[in-house]
Design a protein around this ligand. Structure first.
Ligand code: FE2
Ligand code: FE2
Length: 321
């Protein structure tokens, strides 16, 4: 990809055509390459929203850390919640390569100017919710994110490779947890079923609005940031989940779920987009709780950031002496 030469400054058209050619050839765009302002802005918005979702996503499950039913379950859940913090870190790092600092992005999250995935505005009412989140929420995230490993922007694509490997562990731990509950006592089985009943529809909403209402999809596909449409990915997720639910001995709460022989896919019922929009607007069950907890955590962490900055300053001074 063309970088600014030392002699003979090429005009903006040259940069733009080099960018277009690189995207067309499936090459990666790197931080120092020229890129259209709108491409940069789209990436910052998407990566920020993704990073915010990782760290807000720690909250619903962290809620169960102190009440995990065994030491083994607690250790697994701790590892998972820590992974999510790491995902946030990789992604804020990827956004920094586009010239947008973490402070600025966190400020936008805390003031409600940037969003996170609305799935995390639902409460975790029972232990089985930890399983449902792993199986369905992390499962939906993987379906969304595997194609992002081929995203045209290099740092984002590379972060996704590592994230997807960890997400697949998250998905399996959730599935295994549900399997144990499903094969347990009647009360445990019922608890697992109740969690699936509550998390199924919100997890389908994670793929975003239907294609004909998705504002940014077409341009993102042209730039090869996105590789598949929202509806395509949602269908892929449903097709994966139906046989898995059957193997779990649990049912998905959709009476319209039917195998469509002709299409080779599972048909499913209508999604309540009114609920999706309400949660997105801030009226979900936990929106306020999540954002106020995040602000508090940021304020509580101020002394750590100050101490780290002071330590870095000291080391720098010592090195320059
Ligand atoms: Fe994650
Ligand atoms: Fe995860």
């Amino acid at each position: 990809m063309a970088e600014r030469g030392t002699d003979g400054e090429p005009g903006p058209e040259t940069y733009e055509s080099a960018f277009d050619a690189a995207v067309a050839a499936d090459e990666r765009i790197e931080p120092r390459d020229w890129m259209p302002d709108a491409y940069r802005a789209t990436l910052v918005r998407q990566i920020a929203q993704h990073a915010h979702s990782e760290i807000i996503g720690m909250m619903p499950e962290a809620n169960w850390l102190s009440r995990a039913p065994s030491l083994r379950r607690k250790a697994i859940l701790m590892a998972k919640v820590q992974d999510e913090a790491g995902h946030g870190l990789y992604l804020y790092g990827a956004a920094e390569t586009l010239g947008t600092g973490r402070d600025e992005l966190l400020d936008k999250l805390h003031s409600g100017r940037q969003k996170y995935s609305s799935i995390f505005n639902y409460p975790t009412l029972t232990w089985a919710d930890v399983g449902a989140i792993g199986w369905l929420v992390d499962g939906a995230a993987i379906t969304n994110q595997v194609p992002l490993c081929r995203c045209s922007y290099g740092p984002y694509a590379r972060a996704m490779v590592r994230i997807c490997k960890e997400e697949s562990f998250h998905q399996r731990q959730g599935y295994e947890l549900l399997l144990v509950l499903s094969r347990g006592t009647d009360a445990q089985h019922a608890m697992a079923q109740d969690a699936i009943d509550r998390w199924w529809w919100p997890s389908l909403m994670m793929f975003g609005p239907p294609d004909d209402e998705s504002a940014h999809s077409a341009q993102s596909m042209a730039w090869k940031i996105k590789r598949h449409s929202n509806d395509e990915l949602r269908q892929r997720f449903v097709d994966i989940c139906v046989p898995q639910a059957e193997a779990l001995g649990l049912t998905l709460p959709d009476p319209d779920l039917r195998w469509n022989e002709e299409a080779g896919h599972w048909d499913f019922g209508a999604i309540d987009w009114g609920e999706f929009k309400a949660v997105l607007k801030g009226n979900g069950p936990c929106n306020e709780q999540r954002i106020s907890q995040r602000r508090r955590a940021h304020e509580d962490g101020a002394w750590v950031r100050d101490a780290a900055a002071a330590h870095a300053r000291k080391r720098q001074e010592a090195a320059s002496r």
